[in-house]
Design a protein around this ligand. Structure first.
Ligand SMILES: Cc1cc2nc3c(=O)[nH]c(=O)nc-3n(C[C@H](O)[C@H](O)[C@H](O)COP(=O)(O)OP(=O)(O)OC[C@H]3O[C@@H](n4cnc5c(N)ncnc54)[C@H](O)[C@@H]3O)c2cc1C
Length: 387
């Protein structure tokens, strides 16, 4: 038999950063036996394909608060888990190309500051000091928060994997969750490619495939998987501390400690997972143009590799966290778009609370799955998306 037990307190579908962090919070709370299944290998989903950006500059207060907690968690990750995730707080610098964008950034800056985070509005000259070589006249200013930064995603996933197993969580790779067994509107267990696993709760942490798993369980959801591309250049002498982002075209890039520039840009693709995650010449060309346009000194720099992954987009740009009102014990932990890594430590703590039916301190208008079910709740929206 593939599973060590017949029955669990919870089965988590997906061993990405969200599923593993959820399992960690459950285990730390002494929830009882937890099983995590993943049909791929560790880091095969978005958690092994992202830019590692961790920022607290957002339009919505709920997201800022989760991100702020997550920054604190990544700062102590090494102590908590014994693994170095190379969290480097070089800041996030949003560029404004014109007055309208600067005004928008100023509004975000006000919200961020009112949450107690010392973001700064920068002049074009101050931007140029932080982005050496930026093309003259390319920006009118920017906003900057020094405590934002980047992590290296792989050790975060591996570190959590080791940590949850040490806490007694069973993680089984190469097993697909096919659906749930439900009676009288409540989850009783999960059907998998390795047989059934009994549990009163299932957590849908399936990333870009979360909508497919929800539907396999009879639940229609509005999440859409979108393919996003990213690349790494040849290494350069270190010159750039912050993650640099431009909201108008979703351009973002940072310099890793090995000197490579890693970044992406929005290039639309057919929604859904059907075509997998290939890279496209269209992206590499658009990204090269955008980078060289902004930083002419990058002309001639080689691209080492390019890859892609799925965002799991919700209609309002906010994650979906909590029990589905249509099926007791079915807990959503998805819809993280391009920011699941940076919200994982704190968001998944709320997922664990939802599993244990403890109060969750998140505004249901922003995070609950019920917000898409025609409850009439006033919509919130997070538009500061990248990539
Ligand atoms: C190019 C790119 C750049 C990004 N940059 C950033 C960034 O800078 N900062 C940031 O915070 N976020 C970023 N993201 C987003 C981030 O990577 C994701 O939000 C995050 O990794 C989601 O984690 P997850 O655990 O929900 O999903 P995943 O890591 O995708 O894990 C889901 C897992 O579920 C498994 N699975 C799916 N269906 C089933 C099933 N039926 N049965 C069993 N297993 C199943 C999959 O195999 C997968 O391993 C980026 C994403 C991409 C693609």
């Amino acid at each position: 038999m593939t599973f060590a037990r017949r029955d669990y307190r919870a089965v988590v579908v997906g061993a990405g950063i969200i599923g593993l962090y959820t399992a960690y919070h459950l285990a730390r709370r002494g929830a009882g036996p937890v099983l995590v299944v993943d049909r791929g290998f560790l880091s095969s989903g978005g958690s092994g394909r992202n830019g590692g950006g961790v920022r607290q500059q957002w339009e919505t207060r709920g997201t800022i608060r989760l991100a702020r907690e997550a920054v604190a968690a990544y700062r102590r990750f090494g102590r908590d888990f014994g693994t170095n995730v190379w969290f480097r707080q070089g800041g996030y610098l949003f560029l404004a190309e014109g007055p309208a964008e600067l005004e928008r950034l100023a509004r975000v800056h006000e919200v961020v500051r009112s949450e107690g985070l010392p973001s700064q509005l920068l002049t074009a000259e101050q931007v140029a000091e932080r982005v050496p070589g930026i093309a003259p006249g390319s920006v009118v200013g920017g906003s900057f928060l020094a405590s934002d930064g980047t992590v290296y995603p792989f050790p975060a996933v591996w570190g959590l994997y080791e940590a949850v197993r040490a806490l007694g969580v069973e993680v089984v790779l190469g097993v697909s969750a096919l659906g749930v067994r439900a009676e009288q509107g409540r989850v009783q267990g999960v059907e998998t490619s390795a047989g059934p696993a009994g549990a009163p709760t299932v957590v849908n942490a399936a990333g870009g495939w979360s909508a497919e798993f929800s539907r396999a369980c009879g639940l229609e959801v509005p999440n859409v998987a979108t393919r996003h591309e990213i690349l790494a250049t040849e290494p350069m002498k270190p010159f750039l501390d912050p993650m640099v982002v431009r909201a108008s075209d979703g351009l973002y890039f940072s310099q890793t400690m090995r000197g490579e520039l890693v970044g992406g840009l929005t290039v639309p693709h057919e929604p859904g997972t059907r075509r997998g995650v290939p890279s496209s010449p269209r992206f590499v060309t658009a990204m090269a143009r955008a980078l060289v346009g902004l930083l002419p000194r990058l002309r001639g720099l080689g691209v080492l590799r390019a890859w892609a992954g799925f965002y799991d987009d919700s209609p309002d740009g906010l994650p979906v966290i909590g029990e589905d009102p249509r099926l007791g014990g079915f807990v959503h932990a998805n819809g993280f778009g391009g920011h699941g890594f940076m919200l994982a430590p704190s968001a998944s703590e709320r997922v664990a609370r939802a599993v244990l039916a403890e109060p969750v301190d998140l505004d249901p208008k922003e995070f609950s799955p019920a917000r898409f079910l025609g409850s009439g709740a006033a919509p919130s929206r997070e538009r500061l998306q990248l990539g």
